[in-house]
Design a protein. Structure first.
Length: 538
């Protein structure tokens, strides 16, 4: 059978390397990965290995956002991990290069690598370049926020349509420090990517060379028998958390790093994000909360100068092994600092925020934890009255219709991992809030999650989720809710006796899906505070 796909007799003596891409025309994030797959295969062959190219799926979060289709997004992480494990395990490959370019196929690839524990390298597909509209850089989040501006009468039909046509100029992942760029950076900090793989433009000579080098690197890893279990240590995950904080990265990093650590057999908890976050400042002035796109970070030197700064400051563990066969410190030894005068990455003497923007909250509304993204621009405390919605669509309708006003706390529930199912991202409602100019006046809390493009006063991943009878299920319109980032607390200002009375009357909703992948996912998935994994948790 392998002769039929092009093997010669000599090829059977070579290490067989699976080269997995998430190529498809479903999304610009992945539309170029076939080219990178070919370059990685060439790198494998030149290094003396035999490449075998195969694909996995992807879905477009941006296209499915705000629809029932978005319920498949987080589910796809598990499907992708399962499919990579299935192919590599079935075919007996000696090593793996996985190439991803969108939010879920990146952590999924790492989960698959951890399960298989065969020499592996991850290649990031790279960032999209900014679009230009009216002389200003724009991206996909610009469009979501423009929908709110349109609803408020500040943008015409023609202007919105024109913006839509300019926001995404070509291949690559969403161009701010959104989830794709966040996870690519985290994976590089873990040691599973080659240096600066996370900070290259999708369409560039550097990215093609990165893919080719990755192919050669995995052949070397096979020869050394250097496996993901040698790289994915607790200290490596601490490095990843530190990097995400310094970059001002996505809340999804909490969910995905927990899941990746679980697959690797490494103990990581949401409390580790608090512990690390207290000593690591936010240094990068990147979108969505900041001013610059990922392309600007690429232009000034990428991720490695930031990692070098963090290492020199004593905030990274430099002795952790990486896919180069060298430690993180050895990889960074010759890295030059950013050029003088750049404003993308701040110094430690003038950070964007002195502590982490990712704040783990607890309280009577989230006894098992919730994740807030507090940049500092929106303040650190919010108190308001609840406006309760049992579905994302109903909340969005109310926001666009102008029924959400200053002082409201929008509560969107039954959108958790089981209740959704699938824990949809709330980019459409949060962007509509920003677009209507309510970003500082309205908070949003949900057992769903947020896009990396979300900013504003938002709290997600509330656990236990409403579908399991979590306190979010007991909230009523008009209840007072207090979110305090300093005290790390989210509380429902309702007497315990009243909450107990409401709980007696609460009834678990019937599952929304009875068959198919969403039904299977809802039966298997665990708590968001544990990474929303489908493998058993001990």
């Amino acid at each position: 059978m392998l002769h039929a796909v092009g093997f010669t007799r000599e090829d059977f003596a070579k290490p067989q390397i699976g080269v997995c891409t998430a190529w498809s025309q479903v999304t610009p994030c992945n539309m170029h990965l076939d080219v990178l797959g070919a370059r990685a295969s060439a790198g494998v062959a030149a290094a003396g290995g035999k490449p075998l190219l195969f694909n996995t799926i992807t879905v477009s979060d941006g296209i499915s956002m705000g629809t029932e289709g978005m319920k498949y997004s987080l589910v796809s992480r598990e499907v992708i991990a399962d499919s990579i494990e299935t192919v590599v395990g079935a075919e007996g490959f000696d090593g793996l290069v996985a190439i991803g370019g969108c939010d879920k196929n990146m952590p999924a690839a790492v989960i698959g690598m951890a399960r298989l524990n065969r020499p592996s390298v991850f290649v990031y597909g790279g960032t999209i370049l900014p679009g230009i509209w009216h002389g200003q850089p724009v991206d996909i989040v610009s469009v979501f926020e423009a929908v709110g501006q349109h609803a408020a009468g500040r943008l015409s039909d023609a202007e919105l349509a024109d913006l839509e046509q300019h926001a995404c100029p070509g291949a690559g992942s969403c161009g701010g420090m959104y989830t794709a760029n966040t996870m690519a950076s985290a994976i590089e900090a873990l040691g599973l990517s080659l240096p600066n793989s996370s900070a290259q433009a999708a369409v560039s000579d550097d990215k093609c060379a990165d893919a080719e080098r990755a192919g050669a690197a995995v052949v070397a890893l096979v020869a050394q028998n250097l496996r993901p279990s040698d790289i994915l240590t607790r200290r490596a995950f601490e490095n990843a958390v530190t990097t995400v904080v310094a970059l001002g990265g996505s809340t999804n990093a909490v969910l995905h790093l927990l899941a990746m650590a679980h697959a690797a057999g490494v103990r990581l908890t949401i409390d580790d994000f608090t512990r690390i976050g207290r000593k690591v400042p936010v240094l990068a002035d990147l979108k969505p909360s900041g001013r610059y796109s990922m392309a600007e970070l690429v232009r000034i030197g990428g991720l490695t100068p930031l990692l070098k700064r963090l290492l020199d400051r004593g905030l990274l563990h430099g002795g952790e092994m990486t896919v180069t066969g060298r430690t993180l410190a050895e990889n960074l030894a010759g890295v030059a600092d950013y050029p003088e005068g750049q404003a993308v990455v701040m110094g430690f003497d003038r950070p964007i925020k002195p502590e982490s923007h990712l704040v783990i909250l607890r309280g009577n509304l989230a006894p098992d934890g919730a994740v807030a993204k507090i940049s500092g621009q929106e303040g650190e405390r919010f108190e308001g009255r609840a406006r309760v919605f049992d579905r994302e669509e109903r909340a969005l309708e109310a926001i666009l219709a102008g029924r959400i006003r200053k002082g409201d706390v929008v509560v969107i529930r039954y959108e958790g991992p089981q209740g959704g199912p699938g824990m949809r991202e709330m980019l459409a409602p949060t962007s509509a809030i920003m677009g209507r100019g309510l970003g500082s006046d309205v908070a949003l809390i949900t057992d769903g999650r947020f896009s990396g493009g979300t900013h504003g006063f938002v709290v997600g991943h509330v656990t236990p989720e409403a579908a399991l009878g979590g306190p979010l299920a007991l909230v009523r319109n008009g209840d007072r809710i207090v979110i305090d980032a300093v005290e790390r607390c989210v509380s429902l200002e309702v007497p315990a006796r009243e909450l107990a009375s409401r709980r007696k009357r609460w009834r678990k909703p019937r599952p929304r899906y009875r068959r198919g992948v969403l039904a299977k996912y809802a039966r298997l998935v665990g708590s968001a505070s544990l990474g929303a994994v489908t493998d058993p948790t001990d």
